[in-house]
Design a protein around this ligand. Structure first.
Ligand code: KG4
Ligand code: ZN
Length: 391
């Protein structure tokens, strides 16, 4: 099965072609094409993602990225006889009228191209920024109509869960996950603990009541004068401070909801306490490093304790940690330490490259969905973006 997958939920525009071979019980994956454009530099001056700008950039960048992914996968066969007919053109115009400019780009890129050998087009339908999600969906639907290929919607968070199944190499066996399974999803938009008794079944145990963990990293980074995205910056400074082994620090921050009886999180109070502690103060580099370490220690304590409580109450054979913040070495080290207390438990983190948003994970999630419900390839229902999509 060959899937073209599209991801535009936030500030990464991505298109991939993944090929899945082998038996359904033991599939192998090859990434035939993978093109990604990160808008980080564009959003940097706003200190966060600016939705209208994200949408504009997706419209501009997705058509050429799709072309590149398909070309790298050697799926673009040029034929001078093939032209997009005026009836087809009208259909595409209607599908794409909300994405000004995308229709023209698709005509010029794909006008003389034979139908590529694809079984499905997968696209993120949520959660994420709705204007951004719509770009991926409308372009996926337009190409689906043009070539007569089914379009399969994917939950972005399910994509993050499946991002741990493979590394980005050729012909890699997808790892097998044992159930029950607990997922700790920590990204710029989400912080949640989700329990799965079976594959593709999810029970959300708890989630953040305000800021997501990555968002807290980004906001605190901004407060102390670090560039966006703040997660890797804070992690770097925290690490520098740890290596110095400075004994005490004048900064100390709360661990919100550490002892609450549920599995919810809250990071806005912690963020505010960093704000109050640093307001109107001139910070030295040493201060920044200490703040970064204290902040990271505080969030790690909360994340690790809640995960431990969840594992105690919902015994699991697998723990998946995924989402952009899963790239954090300190959190990873502490989760791995925690896991040693559960001898049956196997822990999976995504590779660094696949921890942040990408479209390979969207292709794999679509494959898992199609495998469990082949009717998905026949469905004709209209596809809609859902910024608040839940499991
Ligand atoms: O999953 P992702 O790419 O996008 C969303 O779906 O939100 O996650 C992005 C988030 C950002 O907030 C970024 O600061 C954070 O992941 N992040 C990190 C690290 N690398 C990325 N946070 C902490 N430590 C890191 N090493
Ligand atoms: Zn994400």
């Amino acid at each position: 099965m060959i899937i073209l997958s599209i991801e535009t939920s936030c500030d990464e525009t991505a298109a991939s072609v993944v090929k899945i071979t082998g038996s359904p019980a033991s599939p192998s994956i090859s990434v035939l094409g993978n093109a990604l454009f990160s808008q980080i530099k564009i959003h940097e001056e706003f200190g966060g993602v600016f939705p209208a700008l994200a949408k504009r950039e997706h419209v501009k960048n997705l058509p050429p990225l799709l072309h590149k992914a398909l070309q790298d996968a050697k799926l673009l066969k040029v034929s001078k006889e093939i032209q997009i007919s005026s009836a087809q053109k009208k259909k595409l115009d209607t599908t794409l009228n909300r994405e000004q400019g995308a229709a023209d780009a698709l005509y010029s890129l794909f006008s003389n191209i034979k139908k590529p050998a694809l079984d499905a087009i997968a696209v993120t339908r949520g959660p994420g920024l709705e204007p951004a999600l719509w770009v991926g969906i409308n372009i996926a639907v337009a190409l689906g109509k043009l070539w007569g290929i089914p379009v399969v919607p994917v939950n972005h968070m399910e994509g993050h869960i499946f991002s741990v199944l493979f590394a980005k190499t050729k012909n890699l066996k997808l790892k097998t996950l044992n159930f029950p399974l607990l997922s700790l999803l920590i990204s710029g938009g989400h912080t949640e603990l989700v329990h799965s008794k079976k594959k593709l079944q999810y029970n959300t145990l708890g989630q953040t009541r305000d800021d997501a963990l990555g968002e807290a990293y980004d906001k605190v980074a901004r407060m102390i004068g670090l560039p966006y995205p703040g997660g890797p910056e804070i992690a770097r400074l925290a690490d520098t401070n740890r290596k110095k082994k400075t004994p005490s620090t004048r900064w100390s921050f709360p661990r919100p909801m550490l002892y609450s009886k549920d599995f919810d999180f809250s990071f806005s109070g912690l963020k505010t306490s960093v704000l109050y502690a640093t307001q109107n103060k001139t910070l030295t580099d040493a201060d920044r490093e200490e703040i970064a370490k204290e902040f990271e220690d505080a969030v790690t304590d909360v994340i690790v304790r809640k995960t431990r409580k969840a594992l105690e109450k919902f015994p699991s054979k697998t723990l998946i940690v995924a989402g952009g913040v899963a790239a954090n070495k300190h959190i990873k080290k502490n989760i791995e330490k925690l896991a040693k207390n559960f001898p049956e438990l196997k822990v999976f983190f995504p590779s660094k490259e696949l921890s942040t948003d990408n479209s390979v994970m969207i292709g794999i999630a679509a494959f898992e969905r199609i495998k469990s419900d082949p009717k998905l390839l026949k469905q004709k229902a209209a596809l809609k973006a859902d910024g608040n999509l839940h499991f």
